[in-house]
Design a protein around this ligand. Structure first.
Ligand code: NA7
Length: 542
């Protein structure tokens, strides 16, 4: 008897979030056979896992969505300016149904190994359940922020209460009523969760390592007239997104913060503060390129924190001082700083009083023990490289991705890795990804990959691999692009890998802007995939 063969596909896609689902749709349009392997027991990716209290998107609903189908964008109704996690998940489930994607998505399959077979020119993929799949192409759609970072604090195992990481939240929810809750972390996630948890808990203790800037979100119900206007204007909105730096449809003020008189500058910041949201960053052209310009925005927010928080000592702890505004991912919030005016909320500065251990009953810092019943880690992710390295990926000659990236990720355009033929990494390190509105970047990547696969097929080619030279030049360009901004000034940023002990300090996303990046990708394709080596099927008998 012959052993059953692994199911064979043109492409194996890993992940069924925004990226994996659109990739499947495009592969089908090309007539390619494909399977999507998804670790979760439902589609949605980020929005399947991140169910913590207050979880919502910081980009506005009308543009944090797919643009590839006008019918979809016309028929879907968003209920709020910023969609909550359950609403985005419903949207992605709707997409899965509407485009009949589910029949090629295998849920509950975590990919643990992927190895390239040089002779056959195929990827062999294995899941945690021991299933095997084979594909000519392996396309990762694993997200940038999907590998939870739980700090190794001594004693966690001994904690008598329950603990949670925000990115892996129990599906049946967590009831904090009447409990003493601790939250570690004040990034975008902590800043969303803290006000909501404070409403429920008997007492909330926030453990803050780095004070963060935050701008009010100004969330609210979607205005039906605005929704109609958006739907009528989608073509233009999508064009603006694609031609922007960050994938948002708004313009950046072309003037320098330093070119306007102080009272005008202040009134512009006030207006941006009242309007709320990530657009605050666009108040002036040079907030991310000039230390002096940035200081005007940073000082404005610092003053707002001091105005909002009544206890001056707490306010001072909350005022960021070690990095310029927006050099770490800028959070937006609903009542974050106001939460510290509650009598049942305590702020602990763990830079001043580091956490020593977790005891059976709480968190012990150098200044004493904070008794807790529940502990929430809002401590972020092993960003960009974590989800790729969590799979044991082996390229040509059995080389491990982990070894190839021991000094930091090496990619060409964030899309391919030399030595890993026929592997495409959607929103991989070295692409704009997390510096942009993700669905916009995802669509650009997926479309580029789909066009590339069509090109290969039309030309009788079966193998594509980034060259070492192209990778080296792109890697240098990624670092230069970061250096042209203030982003590397945030020394504790996950953009730099600084949040995970032992991770190489390399600036991970491409900071040159989405529009410039997409132009570059298009030029590369138009030049016959410059920087990639393309090959036909090996001669028989090889
Ligand atoms: P982030 O932005 O990485 O924030 C994590 C927070 O947790 C941040 O305040 C960290 O402080 C803090 N942290 C991490 N490790 C520790 C330890 N060991 N002790 C104390 N505090 C710690 O993750 P988020 O989930 O908030 O946001 C991720 C992205 O998801 C977000 O930007 C959006 O794009 C969506 P630090 O600043 O490192 O000192």
């Amino acid at each position: 008897m012959t052993a059953p063969r692994d199911p064979e596909f043109d492409a194996v896609v890993v992940g069924a979030g925004f990226a994996g689902m659109y990739m499947l749709h495009r592969l089908r349009e090309l007539g390619c056979s494909a399977v999507v392997l998804e670790a979760g027991h439902g589609v949605g990716g980020t929005w399947y896992w991140n169910r913590y209290p207050g979880a919502r998107c910081d980009s506005e609903s009308y543009y944090y969505s797919y643009s590839f189908s006008d019918e979809l964008q016309q028929e879907w109704e968003w209920s709020e300016r910023y969609p909550q996690q359950p609403e985005i998940l419903r949207y992605l489930e709707h997409v899965a149904d509407r485009f009949d994607l589910r029949r090629d998505i295998r849920l509950g399959r975590r990919v643990t190994e992927a190895a390239f077979d040089d002779d056959a020119g195929r990827w062999h993929v294995r899941t945690d359940g021991g299933e095997r799949y084979t594909g000519r192409f392996l396309i990762t759609a694993v997200g940038c922020l999907s590998t939870a970072n739980v700090p190794r604090i001594p004693g966690l195992d001994a904690f008598d209460g329950r603990w949670f990481h925000t990115g892996n939240w129990p599906h049946d929810g967590v009831d904090f009523t009447g409990l003493r809750v601790g939250v570690i972390g004040t990034g975008s996630t902590g800043i969303q969760a803290i006000p909501v948890i404070a409403e429920q808990a008997a007492h909330l203790t926030v453990f803050q390592r780095t004070a963060n800037y935050s701008v009010p979100a100004r969330n609210g119900p979607m205005d039906p007239a605005f929704q109609r206007e958006v739907k009528a204007g989608y073509a233009e909105i999508r064009r603006r997104q694609r031609e922007s730096t960050n994938g948002h449809p708004f313009d950046v003020e072309p003037r320098s913060a330093l070119s306007v008189p102080e009272d005008e500058r202040r009134s512009r910041y006030e207006a941006a503060w009242r309007r709320g949201g990530l657009r605050f960053r666009a108040t002036f052209a040079d907030l991310l390129t000039s230390v002096e310009a940035n200081a005007t925005a940073s000082d404005f927010i610092r003053a707002k924190i001091r105005e909002t928080v009544r206890d001056p000592e707490t306010a001072e702890k909350l005022v960021p001082h070690d990095h310029p505004f927006a050099t770490k991912r800028p959070p937006i919030d609903t009542g974050y700083f106001e939460t510290y005016n509650r009598p049942d909320v305590t702020l602990v500065d763990v830079r001043e009083n580091p956490i020593v251990e977790i005891t059976t009953s709480g968190v012990r810092t150098t200044s004493g023990t904070h008794p807790l019943d529940r502990l929430v880690f809002a401590t972020g992710f092993d960003a960009l490289t974590g989800p790729l390295l969590a799979m044991d990926v082996r390229g040509a000659g059995g080389r491990a991705l982990r070894d190839a990236w021991s000094d930091g990720p090496r990619t060409y355009l964030g899309l391919q890795v030399p030595g890993f033929p026929n592997l495409f990494t959607i929103t991989g390190p070295g692409s704009p990804s997390v510096l942009t509105n993700m669905p916009t970047s995802i669509e650009q990547h997926v479309d580029w990959i789909a066009d590339c696969l069509a090109h290969l097929r039309e030309n009788g080619l079966v193998r594509i691999e980034a060259t070492e030279d192209a990778e080296r030049a792109w890697g240098e360009h990624v670092q230069e692009a970061a250096q042209r901004t203030l982003l590397p000034m945030a020394s504790t940023s996950w953009y730099l890998g600084a949040n995970v002990p032992g991770k190489p300090r390399v600036f991970l996303p491409y900071a040159g802007g989405l529009a410039a990046y997409a132009r570059r990708c298009a030029e590369v394709a138009a030049a016959g995939y410059a920087g990639f080596s393309l090959a036909p099927a090996p001669a028989a008998g090889r």
